[in-house]
Design a protein around this ligand. Structure first.
Ligand SMILES: [Mg+2]
Ligand SMILES: [Zn+2]
Length: 200
């Protein structure tokens, strides 16, 4: 079984801006190509999970009900595009809640695999696609391959300061998908990977 774990904001839908959340259904906009990307992954036989931090719920910025409606819009769009997202896992806790599910914790990756009765080790070598350091750390912590996309929060230049290197840096999810499906691409080698577990 092949798995792909996707961050949501800045990967599937347009990044709402630093410090902002997608709080309304009408503010959820697919990034061009992301629906095609999900369709291609689906057709290639990947099981896709969305793993997203939505601390705005825990902070009371928007309700869980609103988040569910936004999720419905995303899943409806994916279904219409003939793709399939197996399940969406959110961490709705505040950053100070010390939960296991907030990225870069891997609680929601474990939850995703548990939902299909698979142990975490089955995901080793699968891919995590994200737009932040936290996403790349999450993938690293779960022993996944990591792909950083430039459609979201961070620039290529910022990655150099992270102390951890994604396996790949690509423009968007559609490019990431091509790497995942072909399992080849240009490996990023100019940065040194440090052991970042100490930071967690
Ligand atoms: Mg993001
Ligand atoms: Zn959490």
């Amino acid at each position: 079984m092949k798995y792909v774990f996707l961050d949501r904001d800045g990967v599937i839908n347009e990044f709402p801006g630093n410090g902002n959340y997608v709080t309304k259904v009408k503010n959820f906009h697919f990034i061009p190509g992301s629906l095609e990307a999900i369709r291609r992954l689906t057709e290639a036989g990947f099981t896709i999970f969305v793993i997203s931090n939505q601390a705005g719920v825990g902070k009371g910025v928007y309700s869980e009900n609103k988040l569910n409606r936004i999720t419905r819009k995303m899943l409806d769009g994916v279904t219409k595009a003939q793709g399939k997202i197996e399940k969406v896992f959110y961490c709705m806790h505040r950053s100070d809640a010390e939960c296991d599910c907030r990225k870069p914790g891997i609680g929601n990756i474990e939850n995703a695999l548990e939902s299909i009765n698979q142990p975490l080790k089955m995901a080793a070598g699968s891919y995590f696609v994200g737009d932040t350091k936290s996403d790349i750390l999450t993938g690293f912590n779960a022993r996944l391959k990591t792909i950083f996309v430039l459609t979201g929060r961070c620039t290529k230049e910022q990655v150099k300061d992270w102390g951890i290197k994604p396996d790949y840096i690509v423009n968007d999810l559609l490019e990431a998908t091509k790497i995942i499906i072909r399992s080849k691409g240009i490996r990023v080698s100019q940065y040194k990977t440090k052991n970042i577990l100490a930071q967690l």
